[in-house]
Every structure is written in structure tokens, then in C-alpha cells.
Design a protein around this ligand. Structure first.
Ligand code: ATP
Ligand code: MG
Length: 208
């Protein structure tokens, strides 16, 4: 349901898209920091759909990525999770995410949150004008990536640097190394319970 403030001012809704394979504390810190600085009422995490072409790696099932995102955000009353991208067939385009969310939450003002690496891709999108009309864009720093708004209408924000990536978490699980404190406790347990990331092509495999 759409939510609004009693005084009629728009609900400030952050949108954090990602593969979340798995979700980690870099994602959560970025969302929390943007929420504080931009005075957001809520941040909705939107796990991406399943890519139909076989990419260079197999992405975990959408349902696993969705549930890990739910587990990771459950304790924060301002964090929610949306299924719009995982319920839409095919790969995810930011424009579809924003259109669908806007249709569900017409009264909300959207703030799309993205890391420096993903920002470059989005800025190069051909129908960028429609993107700007649907949401404000907030680019956050990420260790190892330059933050460059290229003069576009994006806000740039330094978040406490967390050199955590999902790629590294997957490699660590495959190698039998701990991911405690890189991802939320419930996500550590979810990964173990479902045996995720044990067999990553190219990863060294468990130490013997
Ligand atoms: P992978 O290594 O599989 O690419 P990832 O760690 O980059 O995973 P994604 O799900 O691809 O995670 O990222 C979703 C969004 O979160 C992107 O906008 C990305 O730039 C941002 N992000 C990811 N990790 C961090 C981090 N440590 N600090 C800030 N932003 C991050
Ligand atoms: Mg990434």
C-alpha cells in the first residue's frame, strides 16, 4: 500500500537495487547512510531478476537472493524488500524497476541508490531522461571505484568505506573461509543451511 505523511508531504523512498548474491554489510551501510543524509522514510531493497542468458557465472536462484535480503533487513523498521524485479521475467533494467515502483507507490518521491561502479552504466543509458524524471540518483563511494557523476544530475555521497563485495563473499565460502561480520549473522546461517557458494568455478576450493 502507498504510504504518506499526515501533513501530505511525500514519502521519501530510497531504492537499493542489486543482485544481492549475497547481500553484505557494504549494501546495508550504504543504504543506512543515504537514508540518514537524505532524510528518507524507507529504503526498499530490490533484488534483480534472473538473467536469462548464461552470464560468466551462475547467479543464485532469485528466491535465495530475495530471502537473504529479507533476513538481512528484517531488524530495521525502515528497510523493506520488493519482488518487482524477481517477479518480472528476464534481466532487470533500472527503468523497469523505477516504473513498477512508481506505479505501486505513486505518492512517493524516489531516490535511487547506487555504487560508483553501477552508476557509470546507468548514466550511459540511452533513455536517461526518463530515469531522471522518475527518481533522484544518489551515487555512493565504493572502495576501488571512482565516483564520477559526469556533470549529470546526481548527488554523490561518501559512505564509510567498506571493501566488501559479494564476489569476495562467494569466494570465501567456496574456500571455507569465514564470512562472519561481512554479511549479517542470519545470512551466514542461510548460506550454510542451503549450501550456497560451495562450488564456484575458478575459486580455489576448500583448503586442505
Ligand atoms: P558482485 O561482486 O557479485 O558484483 P556486489 O558486491 O557488487 O556483488 P551488487 O549486488 O552487485 O553487489 O551491488 C548492488 C549495489 O550496491 C550496486 O549499486 C553496488 O555498487 C553497491 N555496492 C556493493 N557493494 C558496495 C560497498 N561495499 N559499498 C558501497 N556500495 C556497494
Ligand atoms: Mg557488483
Amino acid at each position: 500500500a502507498d504510504r504518506a505523511h499526515p501533513d501530505g508531504s511525500p514519502w521519501r523512498l530510497g531504492v537499493m537495487g542489486g543482485t544481492f548474491d549475497p547481500i553484505h554489510h557494504g549494501h546495508l551501510v550504504a543504504a543506512s547512510e543515504v537514508a540518514a543524509v537524505f532524510n528518507l522514510d524507507e529504503v526498499v531493497f530490490v533484488p534483480t531478476g534472473q538473467p536469462w542468458q548464461k552470464a560468466e557465472r551462475e547467479v543464485s536462484a532469485a528466491e535465495h537472493r530475495y530471502l537473504m535480503t529479507v533476513v538481512a533487513t528484517a531488524s530495521n523498521p525502515s528497510f523493506t524488500v520488493s519482488r518487482v524485479d524477481i517477479d518480472r521475467p528476464g534481466p532487470t533494467y533500472t527503468i523497469d524497476t523505477l516504473r513498477d515502483l512508481k506505479a505501486e507507490r505513486p505518492e512517493a518521491e524516489l531516490f535511487f541508490i547506487t555504487g560508483a561502479d553501477a552508476m557509470a552504466q546507468i548514466l550511459s543509458w540511452k533513455n536517461a531522461d526518463e530515469l531522471w524524471s522518475l527518481a533522484h540518483f544518489v551515487g555512493v563511494t565504493r572502495p576501488g571505484h571512482e565516483l564520477d557523476g559526469k556533470g549529470k544530475d546526481v548527488s554523490l555521497l561518501e559512505v564509510p568505506a567498506m571493501a566488501i563485495s559479494s564476489t569476495d563473499c562467494r569466494r570465501r565460502v567456496a574456500a571455507g573461509d569465514p564470512v562472519w561480520y561481512l554479511v549479517p549473522d542470519g545470512v551466514v546461517q542461510y548460506i550454510a543451511k542451503h549450501g550456497l557458494y560451495r562450488d564456484i568455478p575458478g575459486a580455489p576450493g576448500p583448503h586442505v
